[in-house]
Each structure stands twice: as structure tokens, then as C-alpha cells.
Design a protein around this ligand. Structure first.
Ligand code: PHE
Length: 337
């Protein structure tokens, strides 16, 4: 039998078998048998060496067209089967659907909204400022002396160029006053950054809400009354506040406010450092130098400001004893809120 006859009969056999195929598995078998690495076609190719030199070209050509032909037929058959299989997969609309996990607001976002809501009730508007600040707004406009230790690299993150990540929301005070005339009654929420040791109560990024109230004849009792009212509305009327004298360059006099730690009922825990109290905010009467830096007349106007720590307050209210869990985005934790 000449090699050409052999090629002819291989093709014929192949077509017979192809016609009898009934599923995709058989297609795979047929393909392996004819076109596999040790299959019939490659076997024929390996015989080329034995063919008389003048015929080799012709044989090579017909082997190539055999191979192409078989490949084409196999692919066509394969296509037919996959189309009909596709059609047989009918959609069953009575099957139960997939359930989607619904997202929810982060507890910090919820807490900020709740706090802003209370301040809205007390008559405060909302203002915003940038997280990347200038030295002037973060420090200079707020009466920080040039060599104040808070400007030190240890507390402040600097960006490339001359920007700094704001270390508090107080720059929103001077930004707002620079653009608006008194009276002023705003709260400004936002993230702040500090290069501090990370612990159950401190993280390198956290949220504050700044408050600013400027008018004629504002007194320290207005400040106390506002904060007292706010804390009672947020924590409930049982909450106790403790005002401690303190120092900030931009307020005089200044105070820090602690609330009773009801994580431990005042018994002492790692969040309140075993004191039974948790510091939640700084506040005071606006320093006249701040008014001067924004072009307000300190003889005519006075006012108060405060900056409260959102995480600290939310932890107390929600019973969370480690601030870090608020930034881990653990779904099991977040689902609870
Ligand atoms: N900016 C101060 C801080 O981050 C808090 C503060 C705000 C104090 C406003 C007084 C007045 O610690």
C-alpha cells in the first residue's frame, strides 16, 4: 500500500468514526487517537523519512492537509456538542437565589453622623477643611510659637514638599474665620494624624469634631453648657463630666474634659488606664492672638472652641475596648453595628 493510499484510508476511517460520535467524551478520544502526540497522523509524519526523496514534498503536503482537515472536523463537532449542551441547561426560576451581603456604615461614620446631628440641634452648621494642611493653618494661625514642640517631627507627619497632615481639626477654625465674618457657630468633623505610639486608646489616625462659637459676650459658662448638653444627649443624662485646667496655644483659659468610663463603671480598665475617667475633648476660650491672625477684632468679639475625639467617645458608648479594631475592617466586628 502506498503512503497516499494509507492517507486516504486514514481519512475515510476517521470520517466513519466521526459520524458515529454521540458525546463530547468520544470527541476527545477520537482527537487523541488521530491527532495526539503518538496518534495516527503523527505516526504517518514519522514515516516521511522512508519516502523516496522526489515524493517527500508531495507527501508532506498531503499529510499537512490531512491534519488540517481532521482538526477542522473535530473542532466543528466539538462546537455542535457544546452548543446543544448549552441549550439543555435551562434556567430553573424556582430555585432559591443567591443572597448578597449588604454593606453598612462603619461605626465611626455612624457616630460622626449622630454627633453632628446633635450639634445641628444645638444650632451649629457644618464646615470642612483639608487633611493636608499648611504650617500656617495647622500651627501659625493658632498661636503656636515657632519652636513649639508639637511641630516636632515626632508628632507631625510631613508630606513631600511643604504640606503636613493636620494634627487636629483646629485649622478649620482659622480657615473658616478667614473667609467668614462673625458671628460663627460651626462644627468641623474629620480625620487627623499623629505620629504617636499605638495603643488600645491611641492610633496614628483618628477623627475629631471641632467646634467654634464666636460672637459678642460669649462666656465660659456658654462653653460648659454646650458641652454638658452635648454629652448628655450623646451618652445619656447619667454621664458625669470633669473639667480639668489645661493648656492650648489657641485658647485661654483652656480645659480638658473627662467623662466617667462606663466601660468599667468607673472601676478602672485598660481603656481608662485604671482611672475610671476617659479624656474625650480639649476646649477653651479663643485666644485673642487667634482672632488677630484671622482679622477679627479681639476687643469686640470673643468665643469658645472645642475639639473632641470621636473614637474615644464612640468606644465608650459602644463598649469597644481597643481603638485598633475600628481600623481593621473585620467583617464579623463591623456586622454588629
Ligand atoms: N486641637 C486640640 C487637640 O487636638 C483640641 C482643642 C480644640 C482644644 C479646640 C481647644 C480648643 O488636642
Amino acid at each position: 500500500m502506498s503512503i497516499f493510499d494509507e492517507i486516504g484510508s486514514v481519512a475515510e476511517n476517521f470520517h466513519n468514526k466521526l459520524d458515529k460520535i454521540i458525546d463530547q467524551e468520544q470527541i476527545v478520544d477520537l482527537k487523541n487517537k488521530y491527532l495526539g502526540r503518538k496518534g495516527i497522523v503523527s505516526n504517518l509524519f514519522s514515516q516521511i523519512g522512508k519516502v523516496a526523496a522526489e515524493n517527500r514534498k508531495k507527501v508532506g503536503k498531503s499529510l499537512n492537509s490531512l491534519k488540517n482537515e481532521l482538526t477542522k472536523k473535530i473542532n466543528e463537532k466539538d462546537q455542535q456538542f457544546s452548543v446543544s449542551e448549552e441549550k439543555s441547561k435551562k434556567t430553573d426560576y424556582s430555585l432559591p437565589g443567591y443572597s448578597f451581603n449588604k454593606g453598612s456604615q462603619h461605626p465611626i461614620t455612624q457616630s460622626i453622623d449622630e454627633m453632628l446631628d446633635i450639634f445641628n440641634h444645638l444650632g451649629f452648621d457644618i464646615a470642612y477643611g483639608p487633611e493636608v494642611e499648611t504650617d500656617w493653618y495647622n500651627f501659625g494661625s493658632l498661636n503656636f510659637p515657632k519652636n513649639h514642640p508639637a511641630r516636632d517631627m515626632q508628632d507631625t507627619f510631613y508630606t513631600e514638599g511643604s504640606g503636613i497632615l493636620r494634627t487636629h481639626t483646629s485649622p478649620v477654625q482659622t480657615r473658616f474665620m478667614t473667609k467668614n465674618k462673625p458671628p460663627v457657630r460651626i462644627v468641623a468633623p474629620g480625620r487627623v494624624y499623629r505620629n504617636e505610639a499605638i495603643s488600645p486608646r491611641s492610633y496614628c489616625v483618628f477623627n475629631q469634631i471641632e467646634g467654634l462659637y464666636v460672637d459678642k459676650d460669649v462666656t465660659f459658662s456658654d462653653l460648659r453648657g454646650t458641652l454638658d448638653m452635648f454629652c448628655k444627649m450623646y451618652f445619656g443624662s447619667d454621664v458625669k463630666l470633669k473639667f480639668r485646667t489645661s493648656y492650648f496655644p489657641f485658647t485661654e483659659p483652656s480645659a480638658e474634659v473627662d467623662v466617667s468610663c462606663f466601660l468599667c463603671d468607673g472601676k478602672g480598665c485598660r481603656v481608662c488606664k485604671n482611672t475610671g475617667w476617659l479624656e474625650i475633648l480639649g476646649c477653651g476660650m479663643i485666644d485673642p492672638n487667634v482672632f488677630k491672625s484671622v482679622g477679627y477684632d479681639p476687643e469686640k468679639y470673643n468665643g469658645f472652641a472645642f475639639g473632641l475625639g470621636v473614637e474615644r467617645m464612640a468606644m465608650l458608648k459602644l463598649g469597644i475596648n481597643d481603638i485598633r479594631i475600628l481600623y481593621e475592617n473585620d467583617i464579623e466586628f463591623l456586622k454588629q453595628f
